[in-house]
Write a protein that binds this ligand. Structure first.
Ligand code: ADP
Ligand code: MG
Length: 147
């Protein structure tokens, strides 16, 4: 569990995640509207060496960026439990990393290895938990937690 005081700290935490990511990693970002899913993704992008501005993919569903690895940034809120409306495999099995806001709406089995990043809103700040599902995500959690 990581306690985050402000937006800059959340971006710094994302940066650490971004540096640890390897091709094929999948992150599911869980948290209420305004919790900081897109803000965390801005940090992840920085950690991947992406200079472009990260914009919320709420209306486009997917945005792609080029860095050390390609970043596929998805927000599946609007397609909810109809994952067939996009070709997820194109991203999950591409050569980049996939970050999915509201990804839990796709169901627990949309892919066999992913890391859920849960962002809870506290009175002041946020609490972030890493919940790995699968071997690769367990290893990723180790790297993020212990460097
Ligand atoms: P989401 O993508 O989860 O809907 P966003 O990242 O778009 O959330 O928005 C988070 C909002 O919360 C931003 O406007 C940000 O300025 C604000 N905020 C306030 N405190 C924090 C904090 N500790 N960490 C992250 N964001 C914060
Ligand atoms: Mg968002």
């Amino acid at each position: 569990m990581f306690d985050i005081c402000n937006e800059d700290e959340l971006i710094a935490f994302g940066y650490r995640i971004g540096q640890a990511l390897e091709a094929g990693h999948v992150l599911v970002l869980t948290g209420d509207l305004g919790a900081g899913k897109t803000t965390l993704t801005k940090g992840i992008a920085k950690g991947l060496g992406i200079d472009q501005m990260i914009k919320s993919p709420t209306y486009t569903i997917v945005r792609e960026y080029e860095g050390r690895l390609p970043l596929y940034h998805l927000d599946v809120y609007r397609i909810g439990n109809d994952p067939d409306s996009i070709d997820l495999d194109e991203f999950l099995y591409g050569n980049g990393v996939t970050v999915i806001e509201w990804g839990h709406l796709l169901g627990a089995d949309f892919t066999n290895d992913y890391m859920e990043v849960v962002i809870e809103t506290k009175d002041v700040g946020r609490r972030v938990s890493l919940v790995p599902k699968g071997k690769r995500s367990n290893q990723l959690k180790e790297v993020i937690s212990h460097g």
